[in-house]
Design a protein around this ligand. Structure first.
Ligand code: NAD
Length: 488
């Protein structure tokens, strides 16, 4: 079992206390991590502040070289990253191998190359002046990440923030800090200067996060997590007017028209609900199917949900594994029970899986509900578990009304061969990401983020370099041989 210390100022730092990180599928301890407190937080922010001037003064190419070396370092430890990600989250190894690690490498490589595109502008102003803008980094970025995709969600903050010349203090989720700590090791070997990247671990969810977001020297806060905590983060940031970007929860619609390509829509609907056991911010739990197709789609969906191979997350053939924690299990159970009390019908699943060896984890059956009304709690709140609900609709207008009947606005899926219809809806749906005839595609080149209670600010793409991790400075230069005398 590995012991991880804090990573501050390029060094591994010991603390008085350590806590255990456990594999959710077995309950076994897989690592111990140092417990950070206020003094370690202050040391990390100071280190990041000291490192900032030199890091910001380096060329984009130099910073890009280091990020490229980090990508190489992750590639060299590909299997180890995938395994540890699976062990700490409880998610299937086949997912972390096929998604988390390659996506992480792709994000690092993209930002290593694209950072020089943070161009300024020259602005025509009246008179003999040169007026231009520069994009400058903020300074120390405080980053906070959740437990579901710990490596990739950290890297979509780290890569653009560092590429733009910022330095960072990262606070991963208490239960899944290991791959961020492995990444710190890779960073050091890749030549990232001391203090540019720091990682603090802490078993309580809010102590270090709270201190980090209130720290006056943290110039920009980048948060991914639940909407409730997002509110708190925004309040903390307001105490020192730090800009914030928030990637929060979701309740995404998945709209299947009768003319959709059936097999593809079905395969993606399953992925959109049961990948990561539904513990995805983009989980499309509200599946709306046009009436003529509804029964066929519903029956096929239920059949396929029943066929998912449930097992040990580290078995490469397992398709569906444990939930991450007990609270998540209880929450999922609560929503299914409440839905049934409100009149919903369980078509399959709906229960914990308690027979050995699953009793050691937090397993819950892949669940499908019917007879769900859009106003029921199960259809309004984010569950973050494997609960899909199928609802029939009639025509484009009703699809749009149902899709937008949510406080969230992270993502949406539209399935139809009629491209005009798809784009009409895509433009009217209140969500930051719309997929037409595909789902959950998050390329590093394209912006990603939410509307409404799903947050604001766009991660990935040039958008995030320009809008999240740089600020605009305007410079005006007098070119005139004359000057203007105001006094006397
Ligand atoms: P969470 O909000 O409980 O925790 C997220 C992070 O915030 C953790 O690191 C936690 O320790 C920290 N935190 C908790 N209280 C804090 C406080 N007062 N101040 C500062 N930090 C604090 O979320 P979670 O349970 O880890 O993750 C699930 C949530 O994340 C879901 O709502 C999901 O939709 C959301 N999420 C969103 C996206 C996205 O891209 N929009 C991606 C993944 C997950």
């Amino acid at each position: 079992m590995q012991t991880y210390r804090l990573f501050i100022d390029g060094e591994w730092i010991d603390t008085a206390d350590y806590y255990e990180v456990r594999n959710p599928a077995t309950g076994e301890a897989i690592a111990t991590c140092a417990v950070a407190g206020e003094s370690e937080l202050n040391a990390a922010v100071e280190a990041a502040q000291r490192a900032f001037p030199d890091w910001a003064a380096r060329s984009y190419e130099e910073r890009g070289e280091i990020l490229r070396a980090v990508a190489q370092g992750v590639k060299a430890r590909y299997e180890e990253f995938a395994l540890v990600e699976s062990q700490q989250t409880g998610r299937c190894l086949r997912e972390t191998m096929a998604h988390d690690v390659p996506s992480t490498i792709a994000v690092l490589e993209y930002f290593a190359g694209v950072a020089p595109a943070t161009l300024g502008e020259t602005i025509p102003v009246p008179g003999a002046y040169l007026n231009y803008t520069r994009r400058e980094p903020y300074g120390v970025v405080g980053a906070i990440t959740p437990w579901n995709f710990p490596l990739w969600l950290a890297v979509i903050k780290i890569a653009p923030a560092l590429a733009a010349g910022n330095t960072m203090v990262l606070k991963p989720a208490p239960t899944t800090p290991l791959t961020a700590l492995m990444l710190a090791d890779v960073m050091r070997q890749a030549g990232a200067p001391a203090g540019v990247f720091n990682v603090l671990t802490d078993p309580t969810p809010d102590v270090v996060g709270d201190l980090l977001t209130r720290h006056p020297q943290v110039q920009k806060i980048s948060f991914t997590g639940s909407t409730g905590v997002g509110v708190r983060v925004m309040q903390n940031a307001a105490t020192h007017i730090a800009p914030v970007s928030l990637e929060l929860g979701g309740k995404s619609p998945f709209i299947v028209f009768a003319d959709a390509e059936f097999d593809r829509a079905l395969a993606h609907a399953l992925l959109a609900n049961y990948f990561a056991q539904g513990q995805m911010c983009t989980a499309a739990t509200r599946i709306f199917v046009e009436k003529p197709l509804y029964e066929r789609f519903r029956d096929a969906f239920v059949q396929r949900a029943q066929r998912l191979q449930i097992g040990d997350p580290q078995d490469p053939t397992t398709e569906f594994a444990t939930l991450h924690k007990r609270e998540q299990l209880e929450k999922t159970e609560f929503y299914v029970r409440t839905a049934v009390e409100e009149g919903a019908q369980v078509l399959t699943g709906g229960k914990r899986i308690t027979e050995p060896p699953f009793d050691k984890g937090f397993y819950f059956q892949p669940t499908v509900l019917a007879n769900v009304q859009p106003t029921m709690r199960v259809a309004c709140d984010e569950i973050f578990g494997p609960v899909a609900m199928l609802m029939p609709f009639e025509g484009e207008d009703e699809a749009l009304r149902l899709a937008n009947q949510t406080d969230y606005g992270l993502a949406a899926g539209i399935w139809t061969k009629d491209i005009g219809k798809a784009l009409r809806l895509a433009h009217q749906i209140q969500a930051g990401k719309v997929w037409v005839n595909c789902y959950n595609m998050i390329p590093p080149q394209a912006p990603y983020g939410g509307y409404k209670l799903s947050g604001f600010g766009r991660e990935l793409g040039l958008h995030c370099l320009l809008e999240l991790y740089t600020q605009v400075k305007n410079v005006q230069v007098d070119l005139s041989p004359d000057y203007f005398e105001w006094f006397g």
